[in-house]
Ligand binder design. Structure first.
Ligand code: PBG
Length: 319
């Protein structure tokens, strides 16, 4: 007997189709059911306006969630960094698979690295978080760069470099990996230089809160360490009252002593987009065993960052 296919709601972009396709295969394996992709157009896909103008977080996510709530699809895959931090009524993130490379990368002409870009290099990125940290790095390393706001999909952004319009663009390694363009990276940025966005490199598989059998099956795809890490990162973001387009970077990782995992470290950064001021702090604690403990780690770091003036640096945020 062939079981009825599960419907996976997805955006049509190359990145969304790639990550949905990968998750579809994994879900098919754990459920034993075929998975069918259902394309959904979101406001973020059709709008020509700058992300900041259409109001920050979640523009790519809303239409997928509506389809889930209406029962038109059974589950959806989101880039975790695009998912608003507030939990959505009636939906659950049933699985957060193991995160891939969270770093930001440079794609530059002539195989250049960040440190050997020409004087006055024009670097494209739409993210205030990237602008803040790139400009701060340039200031402290005697470089002259100009960050240029761009948006668009991965192909469009790399196109600015191929066409010669920009010297370099900064993107997420995970996105390039998923669309098969990781070979074009000319520099993997250390997270000490550019701390990634909270949740970067991780995916969230979301479904209706009342779909108990699907929730149970999807749980097999969950990676508890990734979930704890991104929960702490997103808790920091939420406690700073910042959105996905705010100049906030965060990354949690595990500190090991030999083979034994000892602690979780959470690093955070907030800055002005010109890079003149950064608040950069980290905290460590026991590896969170519960959702509440992961949230607490993020809140704790947020409190310290706010005490150092973080709130005053986020005036440029969308909301
Ligand atoms: N900002 C858009 C976006 N949302 C998710 C990714 C891919 C990386 C990820 O899943 O974290 C990207 C592209 C990028 O930032 O270069």
């Amino acid at each position: 007997m062939t079981e009825k296919a599960l419907r996976l709601g997805t955006r049509r972009s190359k990145l969304a189709m790639a990550q949905s396709g990968q998750v579809a295969d994994a879900v098919s394996q754990v459920t034993g059911r075929p998975v069918e992709l259902v394309e959904i157009t979101t406001y973020g896909d059709t709008s020509r306006e700058h992300l900041a103008q259409i109001g920050g977080t979640g523009v790519f996510v809303a239409a997928l969630r509506d389809a889930l709530l209406r029962g038109e699809v059974d589950f959806a895959v989101h880039s975790l960094k695009d998912l608003p931090t507030a939990q959505h009524e009636g939906l659950v993130v049933a699985a957060i698979p193991e995160r891939e490379d969270p770093r930001d990368v440079v794609v530059a002409r002539d195989a250049r690295k960040l440190t050997d870009l020409p004087r006055g290099a024009r670097i494209g990125t739409g993210a205030p978080r990237r602008m803040a940290q790139l400009n701060a790095y340039a200031r402290t390393h005697g470089m002259e760069i100009e960050t240029v706001p761009i948006r668009g999909n991965v192909d469009t952004r790399i196109g600015y470099v191929s066409s010669g319009e920009l010297d370099a663009v900064v993107l997420a390694a995970a996105g390039l990996n998923r669309v098969g363009r990781i070979d074009e990276v000319t520099d993997f940025l250390s997270v000490d230089t550019v701390l990634p966005a909270p949740g970067q490199g991780a995916l969230a598989i979301e479904c209706a809160a009342d779909n108990a059998s699907l929730i149970a099956a999807l749980a097999e795809l969950d990676d508890p360490f990734t979930r704890a890490a991104v929960t702490a990162e997103r808790s920091l973001l939420a406690a700073l009252e910042a959105g996905c387009s705010a100049p906030v970077g965060a990354l949690a990782d595990l500190l090991a002593d030999g083979q034994t995992v000892k602690e979780m470290r959470l690093r955070g950064v907030v800055g002005t987009t010109d890079g003149s001021t950064l608040v950069q702090l980290s905290t460590t604690g026991p590896v969170p065993e519960t959702h509440e403990a992961a949230l607490a780690l993020g809140r704790e770091l947020a409190t310290e960052m706010l005490a150092q003036g973080a709130a005053g640096l986020m005036g440029e945020r969308a909301q």
